[in-house]
Design a protein around this ligand. Structure first.
Ligand code: ATP
Length: 477
């Protein structure tokens, strides 16, 4: 089943259960301090917080998301994209836990020829919050094997905004990929074998004292209880399409194939190279989607994230052996793969692609200048210390600072020649750089990316102590 069909079935199912289906909001969060939309619930926050009246008390969407927090996982796990789509059904003071559990289970287990996803109930596992006996008995009532219902604590299965306000337990749904993919024992034992596909959040409490989850204080029950769920479309697609990971699904894989053609290498022959292929496929798509929502490469904020994605794509393609321009092939390929779901990509593609190609040209000029300097540094290191040669931190820093040559590339290219880099010294020099404070602040924003509640801080009656979003980043439905 194609990814677009999986999304359609989800939205059709919830429309048939009286939900108002709304289109995805932009990847650019309306909040100026938030870089990207990181979860399906973000556009619904005013309704979840009771700040605004929703057009309907049951809603559903397929939301475009970007999570830079997951960037280091990309290509290495089977399930993390920087761009991905989160399906979600929401109840604002309407139905609660029992219906949310029933809907999810019914859609997942109804046979495909009857409009569902056709997952084998034997392969489904659930986690529930420690105290949530209610959820466990509801899953059992649906027919879930009690052995497949596991218990997780505050850290994993309790959601808060990160500040005083709504909170509540959640229940996550996992699919067992089978013994070939890891050890037995459910998601508690192995999250690579058991893949999380859907998170149901039952917002029924008002909480405060959320500085530490273990010390959290439940003030009482919310008058209007909410349901907020998030299902990863690419994760459903890879499992339903019988693929090895999200990068091999129909909306992503064509870019891997194009990269194979450009590089003359085959995907699937060498794990280290496969990671690069997957990074390319992921980043090209993310860059395309971010640019189509209006972002252009720059040195700060979203533009900087985009620049990093484009540069990492080009760097990965170099490691795959391609030194010519790659985006004029990869961008149209990704656009063609995403077009069935997002026909509007065509409206801006000319301008988007021109900007991306210009960025690639500029970066390639930087690279060719840097590569000569790096060669000199590598040869110097070899002459000085032979076998255990190390490129000095000073040289790596100079490459970065003077030539804009990324440290990742210095590391990779030095490694290709059997040479290490004094990364510790490089980092030290970076830290000494006078605009470190600014760079750090930016970096933090890219990583945290979760100040979605800032507006509410202003609008809530009582000022709240805003504590940051480590919780939201871990579980941001
Ligand atoms: P994980 O622990 O696997 O990274 P998560 O707990 O961060 O996932 P949630 O914040 O609960 O995930 O998001 C809801 C759903 O969105 C997940 O169940 C998953 O299916 C999907 N999802 C989350 N992050 C990603 C990602 N980076 N790439 C693809 N799908 C994702």
């Amino acid at each position: 089943m194609r990814t677009s069909e999986i999304a359609k079935r989800y939205l059709d199912y919830f429309a048939a259960h009286d939900h108002l289906v709304v289109p995805s909001a932009s990847l650019i969060s309306p909040n100026p301090t938030t870089l990207f939309t990181i979860a399906g619930m973000v556009p619904f926050i005013p309704y979840l917080m009771g700040e605004q009246t929703p057009p309907k008390h049951r809603m559903a969407s397929n939301q475009k998301c970007v999570r830079t927090l997951d960037i280091d996982e990309v290509g290495k796990t089977t399930r993390h994209g920087t761009f991905f789509q989160m399906l979600g059904n929401f109840s604002f003071g309407d139905y609660f836990k029992e219906e949310a559990i029933h809907y999810a289970y019914e859609l997942l287990t109804t046979p495909q020829d009857k409009g569902g996803y056709g997952f084998d109930p034997e392969k489904l596992w659930m986690t529930t919050f420690t105290d949530d006996e209610e959820a466990r008995s509801m899953w059992k009532n649906e027919g879930v094997d009690p052995e497949h219902i596991q218990i997780m604590g505050m850290e994993d299965n309790f959601w808060t905004t990160g500040g005083p306000g709504p909170g509540g337990p959640c229940s996550e749904i996992y699919v067992d990929r089978g013994p070939a993919f890891g050890k037995e024992g459910g998601p508690i034992a192995d999250e690579n074998r058991y893949i999380e596909i859907w998170d149901l959040v039952f917002e029924n409490y008002e909480v405060d004292n959320v500085k530490s989850k273990t010390d959290l204080h439940i003030v009482g029950e919310l008058e209007h209880k909410n349901i907020d769920t998030g299902a990863g479309l690419e994760r459903l697609a890879y499992l339903m399409q019988g693929k090895g990971n999200i990068y091999e699904t129909d909306e992503v894989y064509p870019v891997i194939q194009a990269a194979e053609q450009l590089s003359g290498r085959k995907y699937g022959e060498d794990e280290a190279m496969d990671v690069k292929f997957r990074v390319v496929a992921d980043h090209v798509r993310s860059a395309l989607m971010i640019m189509s929502d209006g972002v252009r490469p720059s040195n700060n904020g979203r533009g900087y994230v985009l620049r990093r994605l484009l540069r990492r794509t080009i760097e990965a393609m170099r490691v795959l052996g391609v030194e010519d321009a790659v985006l004029p092939t990869l961008f149209p390929t990704s656009k063609a793969a995403m077009e069935p779901s997002y026909p509007e990509l065509n409206d801006t593609f000319h301008e988007v692609s021109e900007s991306a190609y210009g960025e690639e040209d500029a970066f390639r000029r930087t690279l060719s200048a840097g590569i000569d300097i790096l060669d000199v540094a590598v040869n110097k290191a070899k002459q000085e210390s032979g076998a255990g040669a190390v490129v000095s931190g000073d040289d790596a820093f100079k490459l970065h600072d003077t030539y804009g040559f990324p440290i990742e590339l210095t590391l990779e290219m030095a490694a290709d020649q059997g040479v290490k880099v004094d990364e510790a010294k490089f980092r030290e020099l970076m830290a000494e750089q006078k605009n470190r404070a600014r760079a750090d602040a930016l970096k933090k924003r890219h990583n945290v990316d979760l100040s979605v509640y800032d507006d509410f801080k202003k609008t809530l009656a009582k000022p709240i102590d805003f504590l940051g979003y480590t919780d939201m980043s871990a579980r941001a439905t």
